[in-house]
Every structure is written in C-alpha cells, then in structure tokens.
Design a protein around this ligand. Structure first.
Ligand SMILES: Cc1ncc(COP(=O)(O)O)c(C=O)c1O
Length: 419
C-alpha cells in the first residue's frame, strides 16, 4: 500500500446530501478494508495482540447506541458503578491485592494510565514541597518517556536502572540508584516488557523501596492479564508493594481496544491532580463525597461507556473461557519455542515464559532480517522486530482470538525454509 492511496480514493468535498447506506458500505469494502492491517487474522503475530470478540463488539454497539457520557456519577450512575464493579471482578480474577478493590478505572490506553499514575505521584511529591525523580529500567515502555514529557518533566532526566541479560530490572542496582537519590521517586516496573516479555522482580523491588519515598507503578500492559490462569499468577507476585498497576484487557483478554485497566491504591492524589470543578460541573452527588466522578481520574472530561464491553466479555466468556484463551496461546508459544531451540541455525533470544517467542538467526542480523522479510512477504503472516543488546530480534507474539496450531505451523514452515 502506497502512502496516500486511501485519500486518493476519497472525494475531496464532503457530501452535500445524505448517501445511501449501501454506497457507504460498498466504499468500506472497496477503500477501507483493503487498506487495513488484519489485526484479527490468525496469522497476525506482530507487536502484541489487540483482541476483540463477539461480546466485546456487541457491548460497543450497545454503548454507542445508548450514547451516554459518564464524566460524573450523576451523568450516568450505572456507567460509573459498573466500571468500579467490573474492575473489582477483574482484580479478583487476577488475584490483585485487596488495596486495589474499589479503586479501579478504565483508561483508553496504558500510556494514559501511566501518565495518570505519574501525575498522582507528582502531586504527592508537590504536597511535600519536593521535586519528583522518575526511575525506570532500560526496557520500560516508551510510554514512560512520553508521560514524563507530557508532565513537563525532562525525559532525559529519567534515571535508568540496568537490566540483567534477560531484560529484567536489576533489583540490586535499583537499591544503589535509590540510595543515591534525594526526595520522592516515581518508579516504573514492568511485568512483560515490550521487547521480550521480561518480568521485573517485583518482590525484590518491593524490598528495595521499603522505607523510601517511592511511588511504585507497575506496567503489566500485555502480560498482566495472563494472571487469570492460576498457574500464571506469578506474573503479579509482589504487586502488594505497588501504588498503581495497569494491564490492558484490550491486548490479550478478548476486549476490543480501548480498555486499559488502572488500579490506584490511593486515588486521592490523582483526584487532587486532576479535579478542576467549575460551577457547571457541581452537583449534590459529587458534593456528598459518596460517589466516584471518573472525570477526576483521567485527562479528558467526557468519557464513553467502556465498562460495558468488559462486563459483556466477563459474563459471556467467563473466567474459564478467558483461561482457555490464554492457555492455548501459552501452549502454542512453548511449542514454537521448542522448535526454535531444536533448530541448528536458529536460537531463542529470551526464554519463552508466556506467548511471546523472541528468536534470531545464529548467522547474525542480516540473516535474521531475511527471516523477518520472508515472514512478512507472506500475505497471511505478520511478525515484528526489536533489538536486544544491539542484536536484531524477530518477535512472534501469539495471541490471536482465532490463532490455532495450524497457523503457528504455517509460520514455522516459512521460518524454517528461510533459515
Ligand atoms: C509494556 C507496555 N506498556 C505500555 C504499552 C502501551 O500500551 P497502550 O497502547 O495501551 O498505550 C505497551 C504496548 O504494547 C506495552 O507493551
């Protein structure tokens, strides 16, 4: 697809008169769908998955039809209360600490969630008259840098903690970094790094921050929802020390983008950072203090009814269905990992712990690039890349709603031939 192809198909002027429904749908098929990357295709192994599902689509349709705007509790009490409730359900399913109960909010993305956590931490630091230092590992997601820039801090001033060979934040190094810092800290730990799915050692990080003025924000955008499976609960071990935690049902949990779950143990700081109350937004319910006004928990004022899709998904798929979904991908990842391990010219660049397989050609970057090119030349496959320790890495993120063994077999066939 050449840049500009889509716009070239569209009239320069907006329509003056209503057009028939059929004409719009015909153009959807002619111009839009051919220019979409098929994220729901079972051969999509790029980035991280962005699941959708029937229940999620149905709920989005219902939400669009109801057309409510839940900025305040009073502007649609059910929108607010359902959101708090489904995030409590999700917290139970993931085995999250009790301190997050009743303290969840749905953000559009994990990036917004991390920004909100940072703004809350900055508010707490400001109340103590201190400036905040941001600390994160080399492998923390770029949304941390973006949040820092939006918050008006200097992204260049983020203090980077080294990682071990696996890409996990080194807790001993963190201890040294924190010992050398004065004043409050906003620390980001990652459960499932974007490059290789590494899980930072939360228990050890909890030890390193004990007795220090640290706001620990944990970014589990992709991997966090794996904890619906009891055998994968280890991804969240140590979350008891976290002040805030984000994970995206819109990645691997069958709920269409946008649905990013943020829990914040003490939301007072977030509210203090974001509550601006002109006269026209005042009402008795808000003044009573007995309700949540989610406008104070996010950047925007208006908000759509996102809780509905998580509710539909949790009810119509159920915990067992969610577990089966995650387990299928984890098993497919193990299978692909074993094949890579057994291949004489390929190697795993990171252990396959969840459903992300990171591999490289033993002959170096040019050979790995050829693998990636071969995969992406196939119309029914897509994979993406990263770098680890300067080395080019092919990432295979397994998580499609309809991805089965035969799709992984097909990917392997192309990889093995190109290797
Ligand atoms: C670890 C991690 N954090 C944050 C994000 C950003 O997620 P979002 O697109 O919801 O902002 C990603 C995206 O893949 C991620 O992998």
């Amino acid at each position: 697809m050449e840049p500009g192809w889509v716009r070239d198909q569209l009239p320069a002027q907006p329509p003056e008169h209503p057009e028939p429904h059929a004409a719009v749908l015909a153009d959807l098929d002619r111009v839009i769908v051919p220019a979409l990357t098929q994220w729901q295709h079972p051969g999509f192994f790029g980035y991280f998955p962005a699941n959708t599902s029937g229940p999620s689509a149905l709920a989005d349709l219902v939400a669009a039809g109801l057309g409510v705007q839940g900025m305040l509790w009073s502007t649609s009490p059910a929108a607010t209360e359902l959101e708090t409730h489904v995030l409590d359900w999700l917290a139970q399913l993931l085995g999250l600490p009790e301190r997050f109960r009743g303290r969840g909010v749905i953000q559009d993305t994990a990036s917004s969630a991390t920004l909100c956590a940072l703004l809350a931490a900055r508010e707490r630091a400001a109340a103590a008259g201190a400036a905040l230092t941001v600390v994160a590992s080399q492998e923390a997601h770029s949304s941390v840098d973006k949040a820092v820039a939006i918050a008006g801090l200097d992204p260049g001033a983020i203090v980077r903690v080294p990682c071990d060979a696996r890409g996990r934040l080194d807790a001993a190094a963190l201890d040294e970094v924190l010992a050398g810092l004065d004043g409050p800290v906003f620390l980001v730990a990652t459960v499932g790094t974007t490059s290789t799915g590494a899980v930072d050692p939360l228990e050890a990080i909890g030890g390193a921050i004990t007795g220090r003025d640290v706001w620990l924000h944990v970014d589990g955008a992709w991997a966090g929802t794996a904890a619906v499976c009891p055998e994968l609960r280890w991804v969240g071990e140590g979350l008891g020390a976290a002040d805030s935690y984000v994970t995206n049902p819109h990645k691997w949990l069958l709920t269409a983008i946008d649905c990013s779950a943020l829990w914040i143990a003490d939301p007072t700081w977030l509210q203090r950072a974001l509550a601006i109350t002109p006269e026209y937004l005042r009402d008795a319910a808000s003044a009573s203090g007995a309700v949540i006004d989610y406008r104070d928990w996010q950047v925007g004022l208006g908000r759509r009814f996102r809780a509905l899709k998580l509710w539909f998904v949790l009810r119509m798929i159920g915990a067992q269905g969610l577990r089966a979904h995650v387990r299928r991908h984890v098993a497919l990842g193990e299978d692909l990992g074993a094949r890579v391990r057994a291949h004489p010219r390929l190697e795993l660049v990171a252990p396959v712990e969840l459903a992300l397989v990171c591999l490289a050609h033993r002959d170096g970057d040019a050979a790995t690039q050829r693998l990636l090119d071969a995969v992406n030349a196939a119309p029914d496959l897509l994979a993406t890349h990263t770098r680890m320790g300067g080395r080019l890495v092919l990432r295979v993120a397994i998580g499609g709603v309809r991805t089965e063994q035969r799709h992984v077999d097909r990917l392997w066939e192309v990889l093995a031939r190109a290797a």
